[in-house]
Design a protein around this ligand. Sequence first.
Ligand SMILES: [Zn+2]
Length: 413
Amino acid sequence: MKLLYADYILLMDEDFTVLKSGGVVFEKEIIEVSEDREYLKDKFSEAEVIFAPSNSCVMPGLINAHTHLEFSGNRTTLEYGSFLGWLDSVMEHREELVQACEDSCMELALAKMLKSGITSIGAISSLGRDLAVCAKTPQKVVFFNELIGSSPATADVLFADFSQRLENSQYRASPTLIPAIGIHSTYSAHPIVIQKALGLAKSQNLVVSAHFMESKSERRWIDDGKGEFQAFFKSYFNTETPVSDAKRFLDSFKGVQTVFTHCVHATDEEKQAIQAMGATIAHCPVSNRLLGVGKLDLESLKNLELPFAIATDGLSSNISLSLFDELRVALMMHYDLDLRLLAKDLLKGVTKVPAQALGLNSGEIQKGKDADLIVFTLPEQLHSIESLAYHIILHTQEVETVFINGEKSRWNF
Ligand SMILES: [Zn+2]
């Protein structure tokens, strides 16, 4: 049993409660949290006591709900600035990018995430090449086996490949490797195979992730069969009509626990439908900027009480998998929102919200939650507790200590 004292303990509850000079008692799970040090000292006199340094913060470990580890080899290969320009470059260089990222490349990406305080990951796996490293990493991984395939002619083959990858992940399932299902997008998965995959999600209680309305091009193609996607589908797949419409696509997720990623071009009606099904949106600000798709309207989500997580997407559309880097960008990108309130929502978006979305027993410091905790230090003393959230986002690069299920976790690189 450990008793960890710190200057600021962020519970990450709904009210954004911060305990000043408190302590957390934990083994595998959190046993007690209190501001009363005397009480903790008396009640848990057997515990190993850890004093975090001055100006230190303890938070739940961060959760990166959406990333693509298999594409961690990208640096300057892919083209940015427009969605279709990027997608064309992915089509052209996909094979070399995948080959460029062996286990060591993915292990480095995971270790860097750990060092930046990420204790859980939603990994979108296109090929299953990341299964071995995800099974070995100390972090918890919700492993989304991704289904792709819009052509009825190849649907069966692609579904069989998806089923095999799902089975492989189920074979290696553990408390830290949680098999799940990814549906690539509205335009790239046929409704028949989506239905089959979501049938599995329902019967086996698996979490699902799907990209949804990322770009204007997707919106135009799905709504009218027009726009930049027309030439793309003609040249790569020799088709001229979209396989689904947005309503049909969204409706198929009813009754499934889903994370919809991006949603930059989702309509209010679609956001309402997402809220009504109890789903969550994953917002990836850097990826959205690099791919030139615009800015997610966070205020519309707040008005609908639709929770959003902040995620990095993969290194195929980012320069970093650190959520602190991502939060800094989000803070600047949404310059029209109140800085203080936004900072608190952003911190919830990397803890409490994604924990619920991914079905993890973490994301909050509360009795009974997993003891996934991070410790880091602010550069100097705070003068107002109200400034804590944005100063954490502005100043934190790496964390000093990470506990996963109460065990100290080390990165080696
Ligand atoms: Zn993605």
